[in-house]
Design a binder for this molecule. Structure first.
Ligand code: SF4
Length: 322
């Protein structure tokens, strides 16, 4: 019999909202208007039916999305693993009971922190209180049955502060600490490229140094490379699916893969895996067509399959007990 851990996983990162309550100077979020909750519920139901097993809720700040609790509840009740990426601002202000309500729906929480230094956090745009907010959540999460992970963007401003951050994080049980090298993907990250750019060799050096520290409370330390990022299917708030690639000129491009309401996202993930094995990973990635580029709240109207759309609205076979 197959164990739960043997089950093939199909992971999707869904940026449900563009709005954010932080002002990171290297932010590369998609800036498009989000759907209504009703539309997002249909999209979620379709993705569950397609076979998505893991959802990463992100944004902007996902906790600013008014229907986030309901969406995560539907996902959880249908066996999907929920991971929430958050800057921690809202969460740190909630009382214990309110935090519990969010944690009850999660399998994993990912907190973003780049430094323990208030001045650096201010300079990065995360705000002077950021370290304190993250510390409060880590203290709260100590006895919860939810994996706690950390994302850190290595950039020119925090290069010398990663070791101190490592010692701070090692006071907690961390499931995964993921390093990202700063990349000028889009938005402010592209505009402020010169402020944050860092050599790949420097990041490699830090990564090696941190691994040598033998941090006993941090289960996994990973360096997410551009190649890893290219494999990811990311949904913008309009449920458009993208893969972000680096072109021959070293520029970053979002390649459009369709809309989650119209396409079977799991089929796409499977195709990607085959292409990767064949070394043809970037083939067939196209630039987004204009017809979906309207930022309207109604992008799922584009589906050609009326029957499928009706079925998704009804949520047939899917638990939607709210
Ligand atoms: S990087 Fe994340 S937390 Fe910072 S402004 Fe962008 S979406 Fe918000």
């Amino acid at each position: 019999m197959k164990k739960e851990s043997d089950k093939e996983r199909f992971r999707v990162c869904w940026n449900v909202i563009s709005a954010c309550n932080s002002n990171c100077e290297y932010c590369h979020r998609f800036k498009v208007k989000e759907h209504s909750f009703k539309d997002d519920k249909k999209i979620l139901i379709k993705m569950i039916k397609d076979g998505v097993t893991n959802l990463t809720w992100s944004g902007g700040e996902a906790l600013l999305y008014p229907g986030i609790m309901k969406l995560m509840k539907i996902a959880k009740e249908n066996g999907v693993k929920n991971k929430l990426i958050t800057n921690g601002i809202i969460l740190s202000q909630l009382d214990e009971k309110e935090k519990d309500k969010i944690f009850d729906k999660l399998d994993e929480i990912v907190l973003s922190i780049d430094s323990t230094n208030d001045e650096t956090n201010k300079e990065l745009g995360r705000g002077e209180k950021h370290y304190d907010d993250v510390r409060k959540i880590l203290d709260y999460a100590k006895n919860k049955d939810v994996k706690v992970s950390i994302n850190t963007v290595i950039n020119s401003k925090n290069l010398d502060e990663i070791e101190e951050l490592a010692h701070f994080l090692n006071n907690y049980k961390i499931y995964r600490w993921k390093f990202f090298k700063f990349m000028p993907f889009r938005g402010l990250a592209e505009e402020n490229k010169k402020m944050f750019e860092v050599d790949e060799s420097k990041v490699d050096e830090i990564y090696e140094k941190i691994q040598e520290l033998k941090l006993e409370n941090i289960e996994n330390i990973l360096y997410k490379t551009q190649e890893d990022i290219e494999e990811d299917i990311v949904l913008d708030p309009q449920a458009n699916m993208y893969q972000t690639i680096e072109n021959k000129n070293g520029e970053f491009e979002d390649r459009y893969r369709g809309n989650a309401m119209e396409e079977n996202i799991v089929k796409l993930i499977k195709e990607n895996r085959i292409k990767k094995e064949q070394g043809k990973f970037l083939e067939g990635l196209k630039v987004k067509p204009q017809k979906n580029n309207n930022n309207s709240q109604d992008s799922n109207n584009g589906t050609n399959n009326k029957e499928e759309q009706k079925e998704n609205e009804d949520g047939e076979g899917i638990e939607v007990d709210e």
